[in-house]
Design a protein around this ligand. Sequence first.
Ligand code: SF4
Length: 76
Amino acid sequence: AADLPAVSPTDPTAKALDYVEDATKSTNPKYKAGDVCHNCQFYTATNTTGRGPCQLFPGKSVNAKGWCVSHTPKKA
Ligand code: SF4
C-alpha cells in the first residue's frame, strides 16, 4: 500500500474534500489541531509517517500527516 501513487492536489476529490498534504497548513474551518490522516478512520494503515491508503481515495495514497474535511477520528 505504501507504494500507491500519491493523490494529486489537483485531483477533483482532493479539491472537493480540501485535502492537504500537511494538516497544519489547512485553512479549512473544520480543521482541528491534532487531526491527521493517520488518526482518521478512513486511513487503513497504521503508520504515522510516510504515506498510506485512504478509503476515500481508492488506488492513491495520502500523507499520514495530511488532512481533509472528511476527517473522522478512529474508534478507540
Ligand atoms: Fe485523510 Fe481521513 Fe481525509 Fe482520508 S478521509 S484524506 S485519511 S483525513
